[in-house]
Ligand binder design. Structure first.
Ligand SMILES: [Zn+2]
Length: 56
């Protein structure tokens, strides 16, 4: 099992914004794919609850 803080990737250099609320995204728990929308942590949580299939 993993312990400690979750690994976060610094994505500030990519200039990403949340596909939902438009907030600038500074870090993600995964490496973003260019063909997939990314969400801030708050929106990602909402999306996961609404559509579990987005979790891959
Ligand atoms: Zn958002």
């Amino acid at each position: 099992m993993q312990r400690g803080p979750r690994k976060m990737y610094d994505v500030r250099h990519l200039g990403l914004t949340c596909a939902d609320c438009g907030a600038p995204i500074e870090e993600l728990p995964f490496i973003p794919k260019s063909d997939r929308p990314v969400y801030c942590q708050k929106c990602a949580r909402n999306h996961r609850r609404q559509n579990p299939r987005i979790l891959r």
